[in-house]
Design a protein around this ligand. Structure first.
Ligand code: PDD
Length: 277
């Protein structure tokens, strides 16, 4: 397959990064993952807005403006003849002799991008998933989409070892988000999700689902909720670029609601699928 390395297109095997790249040494960089449906990047503007915000928060200078980057990503999709799949790209602060503080003189940041083809419905679990509650041990800037994902990786692995498809993270009993997704519950017809502050990544899918809920007239509360509220919810689901809206039907040994995907969850998933058809 063809990848993008800075401004150059090349075969995957040709893409090499410097061993002193700060992304490699410190996780000093940012990324985005987008879905391509029918050859087009989905919710592109929101992803680019978030990318620019992440860069600002880390004082990382992007190598190209958004228009140029989008042009290159579109070329990458075309070169790989991809109709449905993912685009992943990351930008690190660049390569220089290892020192924690920022380089004294500006160095060029390093951009890499690749695509992965999937079928439209490959990563979906319409019957719902089992999730495990795991301690959220991550840092306090989870709102930035950085390459530092160790807290997420460890939680995801722990959930996997417990036979679960996802980790639902909590800080002292307050549910934050999943290891790779945002988490919603439904109680008495109200959709509830953690507010977009520094404890969670403000998912693009989360934003889209909030918009769909408004269109469908489903009441929404962006507020914190506890693990007890999660276990007592009528419905629960997760959202991300990959899983769209996926029901959570079991949390550790507890069924959620009646243990089947909930009605509001299904309405939101149907509305979502309608938008990408
Ligand atoms: N993960 N929260 C976390 C911690 C995430 O890693 C993600 C996405 C989300 C959902 O964001 P979005 O709806 O914009 O995909 C929430 C991506 C898919 C990943 O790391 O591969």
């Amino acid at each position: 397959s063809t990848i993008l390395y800075n401004d150059q297109f090349m075969a995957r095997e040709q893409g090499k990064v410097d061993m002193e790249d700060r992304g490699y040494q410190f996780g000093d960089g940012i990324y985005e993952a987008l879905r391509v449906y029918n050859g087009e990047m989905f919710l592109l503007d929101l992803h680019m807005k978030r990318l620019n915000r992440s860069a600002r928060e880390l004082r990382l200078t992007l190598p190209y403006d958004t228009d140029h980057l989008v042009e290159n990503l579109n070329k990458l999709i075309k070169d790989n003849e991809m109709n449905d799949g993912y685009v992943y790209f990351q930008i690190t602060r660049g390569a220089i002799a290892r020192k924690h503080r920022f380089p004294e003189k500006p160095i060029s940041s390093v951009l890499t991008a690749s695509v992965e083809a999937t079928t439209q419905d490959e990563d979906l679990y319409p019957d719902g998933i089992k999730a495990s509650l795991i301690d959220d041990i991550r840092w306090l800037r989870c709102d930035i989409k950085t390459l530092n994902l160790l807290g997420n990786v460890l939680a995801n692995q722990e959930a996997f070892e417990k036979g679960s498809a996802e980790a639902i993270l909590h800080r002292d009993g307050v549910v934050t988000e999943g290891s790779t997704c945002n988490v919603f519950i439904v109680k008495d017809g109200v959709l509830i999700t953690h507010p977009a502050n520094h404890f969670i990544l403000n998912g693009i899918t989360r934003l889209f689902v909030l918009q769909l809920a408004e269109q469908l007239g489903i009441p929404v509360e962006e507020r914190t909720y506890t693990t007890d509220e999660l276990l007592d919810a009528d419905e629960a689901f997760i959202t991300s670029t990959g899983v769209r809206v996926t029901p959570v039907v079991q949390i550790d040994e507890h069924p959620v609601g009646d243990g089947k995907p909930g009605a509001i969850t299904s309405r939101l998933l149907d509305a979502f699928n309608h938008e990408i058809a």
